[in-house]
Ligand binder design. Structure first.
Ligand code: PEP
Ligand code: MG
Length: 588
């Protein structure tokens, strides 16, 4: 390949935006530490040097944690508590010290070998959460090695001119230290959409593409890069034609975005007057601002487990109450649906012990974990109840599979109500309770669950995964993950009909609702509300406002008798081409 030829890399877009800039390649070079034999009388000196480097590293981490808490928030800062645990891991430290004594070698190669073997073992695990801890170990090891070498760890804040950062795996501490005026985007070989780094990128609003596999090998320093964070693609040394195309695309997108911003206060209503309330999905409280800016009203899904992730202690009842009240107040009087913990599978906080599971997504996840640990669940239920003095608060259970779980969860809820009453703590006894429908069994027995709840929220991310037996995070089977599969459409249709029969409210909060070309289909199936990611809200509102409800119903009827997913996709895309082609310019 010539050094002037354009090269395309495809990865996972985790933070949207188009950026063109020179590459700054940063490969933490912990691979080249040199090894030297030491004398017996040098052993204690070498061990002391190691302890000093650990102390220095600990001090740096305390400093970074403080900075992150100031610049971002406490939730993000807690990530560095996990790093601190590595420095304070006595097993690791004593293994390295013992190796210095036994092998009579300087500490650097021993630390590297031992720490990285821990990291490699973790990285090899299927459990995405534990695999993510490998990144923490590598990050901290790099830092300790740099301190042993008495070099300052390269600070990304020292980058002097605007660039696109290229790295094997940009670590959470690196991301937190980014000067976003200089680092205009970043791309990495490794990473997933749910990593701490991805969360940080979105929180900082830095376009990012991860999981590119070969970015550090393919990009040369100062290569010009074009990053498209929405599509998850990177062009190395983009051609003149590509640059011209993207410059035009950026201009065009900016104009469209400006026009869509004007919809902020307009109702999400079809041309023939059918109202489809648009609410938002949030994971972090700082996303609340974006909810109003995007034109959604209320929260259809607050993924509360993100309060727990990256923390070395579980948020107590008061902390949780404060977070839920903040969300409720920000949206009042629009509803705020607080989903109880969906921990387990890929989302497990450091602070919780758990047994290794063969199939974590089919294991002790969400409501199952909460019913297994009622002491944990009840703290959250009481916190939500306490926040329910703001009467817009609603409560929702995730990953319900049938009526028994709902009854058991409701019994605990009533027990918590009684506890609060005894203590004279106010709450809303009429709080609306709903369940997610994200497991086919729950969809099929929705009529049995309906009498126990007030609303259903269809979590299509999991509903597709569980009905089609396709791991939602596995690239190798991504082609089988089909939102427009007839099985999925029938399940949605069935649940909506049950809702109508029982007078329940239906929402879709899975990614399908944030996907513009699928919106007419969902509206046509009769879903009452769409809960979408805040940045997508303007696009979704635009589609709703350009649509005739009658056409959407016709599309849904056609989908319900279609043979293939491709056929339905084609009908959906054609409708968008007809009614709102401008949104395609933002997503394609
Ligand atoms: C879903 O499964 O569609 C959903 C909204 O829940 P989560 O993505 O948090 O699993
Ligand atoms: Mg889900």
């Amino acid at each position: 390949m010539s050094l002037t030829e354009e090269t395309l890399l495809k990865g996972i877009g985790v933070s949207p935006g188009i950026v063109i800039g020179p590459a700054r390649v940063l490969i933490p070079d912990v691979s080249r530490v040199s090894s030297r034999a030491i004398e017996a009388d040098e052993v204690s000196h070498e061990q002391k040097r190691f302890r000093m480097a650990l102390k220095e590293t600990r001090a740096q981490l305390v400093h970074i944690r403080k900075q992150v808490a100031e610049v971002l928030d406490e939730e993000h800062a807690r990530i560095f508590d996990a790093h601190m645990l590595v420095v304070e891991d006595e097993l690791l430290v004593s293994e390295v010290e013992k190796a210095v004594e036994v092998e009579r070698t300087n500490v650097e190669p021993l630390l590297q070998r031992i720490a990285l073997s821990y990291a490699d073992k973790l990285a090899g695990l299927e459990d995405q959460y534990l695999a993510g801890r490998a990144t923490d170990i590598r990050d901290v090891t790099r830092r300790i090695l740099a301190n042993l070498a008495e070099e300052a760890v390269e600070s990304l804040r020292d980058i002097e001119s605007p660039c696109v950062l290229v790295s094997t795996d940009l670590l959470p501490s690196d991301t937190a230290g980014l000067d976003t005026k200089k680092v205009q985007a970043f791309i990495t070989d490794l990473g997933s959409a749910n990593s701490h780094t991805a969360i940080m990128a979105r929180a900082l609003n830095v376009p990012a593409v991860v999981g590119l596999r070969s970015a550090t090998a393919a990009v040369h320093p100062d290569d010009l890069l074009l990053v498209d964070g929405a599509k998850g693609v990177v062009f190395i040394r983009p051609s003149e034609a590509r640059l011209a195309d993207y410059a035009e695309r950026s201009r065009h997108q900016a104009v469209i975005r400006q026009e869509l911003d004007l919809l902020r206060d307009k109702p999400p209503e079809t041309l023939d007057g059918y109202h489809v309330p648009l609410t938002a999905n949030i994971e972090l409280l700082e996303e609340l601002e974006g909810v109003d800016a995007g034109g959604a009203k209320g929260i259809g899904l607050y993924r509360t487990e993100f309060l727990f992730l990256g923390s070395d202690s579980l948020p107590d009842e008061d902390e949780q109450t404060a977070a839920y009240i903040k969300a409720a107040q920000s949206q009042y009087p629009a509803p705020v649906v607080i989903r109880t913990l969906d921990l387990g599978a890929d989302k497990m906080p450091d602070s919780m012990e758990r047994r290794r599971e063969m199939n974590p997504f089919l294991g002790l996840r969400a409501i199952r974990l909460c019913l297994d640990r009622p002491e944990l669940f009840c703290v959250q239920l009481r916190a939500i109840l306490r926040a329910s003095v703001h009467e817009n608060v609603r409560l929702m259970y995730p990953m319900v599979t049938g009526v028994a779980e709902v009854k058991e969860a409701n019994a605990l809820l009533h027990q918590c109500m009684n506890e609060l009453t005894e203590k004279g703590i106010p709450f809303n006894r009429e709080i609306e309770v709903g369940t997610m429908i994200e497991v086919p069994s729950a969809a099929l027995v929705a009529d049995k669950i309906a009498p126990h709840v007030r609303f259903f929220s269809l979590g299509t991310n999991d509903l597709i995964q569980y009905s089609m037996a396709v791991d939602r995070g596995n690239e190798d089977v991504a082609h089988l993950y089909q939102p427009t599969n007839l099985a999925v459409i029938r399940l949605i249709d069935h649940v909506v009909k049950v809702c109508r029969r029982f007078g329940l409210w239906s929402t879709i909060c899975g990614q399908m609702a944030s996907t513009p070309h699928l919106v007419p289909l969902l509206v046509g199936l009769g879903v009452d509300e769409l809960s979408v990611s805040p940045v997508q809200a303007p696009l979704i509102k635009d589609v709703i406002r350009k649509l005739y409800y009658a056409d959407a119903v016709e599309l849904a009827q056609r989908a319900l008798i279609s043979d293939t997913s491709e056929e339905v996709e084609a009908h959906c895309v054609n409708m968008i081409v007809d009614v709102a082609p401008e949104v395609l310019a933002l997503t394609e």
